[in-house]
Design a protein around this ligand. Structure first.
Ligand code: KG4
Ligand code: ZN
Length: 350
């Protein structure tokens, strides 16, 4: 089954073509046009600017995705089986650009449309075929989904069956990375900036290790809270007149505090729900330390449980992951007539 997917929920304009068969998804093309350079000067995504950029880029990006997949626009109606699009959650005006484009193409090419949840897309990035051999993905699964806007622990007992068992009470992990990076003067987006600074820590800066709190780490639930950690960093920097000389140490400690909370709750949830597989998903899953430490924790603390994570190129926003989720929806005939498609900035994962 060949699917063209469109993703425009935040600051990446993306289109991809995939071929789905049985339990796996092969990527034929995956084009992402990033707006990071535009939003960088404001320290965050400006919705109106994001929407304008999507309008400018969406057709060229779709055209490029078709070209790379070896599909001429004139043959698209015959060669594709469906069009998928992110309907939410995300920024309303940004989402609308992708949704309206998908509707237009569906009408022109007489193809069915599959509306997809952005977070489901992040989760289904784990079903994309990769060059590395992967663990067999067996249900039940506990998935840690961590991105800029979302931070959840999700239980899946079968395909497309999501139960949110943990959520953030305030900031998402990605947001915490972005805000921490701002305080440390490390720029936007904060996740990669903090990770890079943390990696350059040297031995005489180790005094900061374990000085920041790990909020809610022992709480008897699977929720997260990162706003107190952010405030703790702010006060630590205010108190330390020489912090500018120790940025890698503060970055490493801040990153580790976030990772400790994420890993502890994920392991606890996997134990409680007797997960066969633990998966990592979302933009923050690009973080090398989180990837390494969660893999290690699963191996040590959950013997016999599988662990999976997306290839780096499918961690931050892209359309291949949306196509992957759409493929599993299409198998169940979850199509929406183009007249009934609507954008929902607060779309729930159900
Ligand atoms: O999933 P995503 O691309 O967009 C949303 O759906 O929100 O996630 C973006 C988030 C940003 O907050 C960014 O700082 C974070 O993912 N991120 C990282 C890394 N790369 C991206 N966080 C930590 N380490 C990284 N290497
Ligand atoms: Zn995302």
């Amino acid at each position: 089954m060949k699917i063209l997917a469109i993703e425009s929920s935040c600051d990446e304009t993306a289109a991809a073509v995939i071929d789905g068969k049985a339990e796996q998804v092969r990527v034929l093309s995956n084009i992402v046009s990033s707006q990071i350079e535009i939003h960088k000067k404001y320290g965050g995504v400006i919705p109106e600017l994001a929407a304008r950029e999507h309008v400018r880029n969406i057709i060229p990006v779709i055209n490029e995705a078709l070209f790379e997949a070896g599909i001429k626009p004139s043959e698209a109606a015959k060669k594709l089986d469906a069009i998928a699009v992110t309907a939410g959650p995300g920024l309303m005006t940004a989402l609308s650009v992708g949704v309206e484009s998908a509707k237009s193409l569906a009408l022109a090419w007489k193809l069915p449309v599959i509306t997809t949840n952005h977070i489901a897309g992040h989760i289904y990035a784990n079903w994309i075929l990769s060059e590395q051999p992967k663990a067999k993905l067996q249900f039940p699964m506990v998935i840690l989904t961590v991105s800029g806007g979302h931070n959840m622990l999700v239980l899946m007992n079968s395909h497309l069956d999501y139960t949110v068992i943990g959520d953030t009470l305030d900031d998402a992990a990605g947001e915490a990375f972005d805000k921490g990076a701002k305080m440390l003067g490390l720029g936007y987006p904060g996740g990669p900036a903090i990770a890079a600074a943390a990696a350059s820590i040297d031995n005489d800066q180790l005094s900061i290790i374990n000085t920041l709190p790990r909020p809610m780490i022992t709480a008897a639930n699977f929720n997260f809270s990162f706003s107190g950690l952010k405030t703790a960093l702010l006060y630590a920097l205010k108190k330390d007149k020489t912090w500018r000389k120790k940025i890698p140490a503060y970055a490493a400690e801040y990153q580790q505090a976030i990772i400790d909370c994420l890993v502890a709750k994920t392991i606890k949830a996997a134990k409680k729900y007797q997960a066969q597989t633990v998966l990592l998903a979302g933009g923050v899953s690009a973080n090398k330390e989180l990837r390494r430490q969660l893999a290690e924790a699963v191996a040590v603390k959950l013997p016999g449980v599988g662990f999976g994570l997306p290839e780096l190129q499918y961690t931050t926003d892209n359309a291949a992951m949306i196509a992957s989720a759409a493929y599993f929806l299409a198998r169940e005939k979850h199509y929406t007539p183009w007249q009934k498609i609507s954008t929902n900035p607060n779309l729930d994962l159900i």
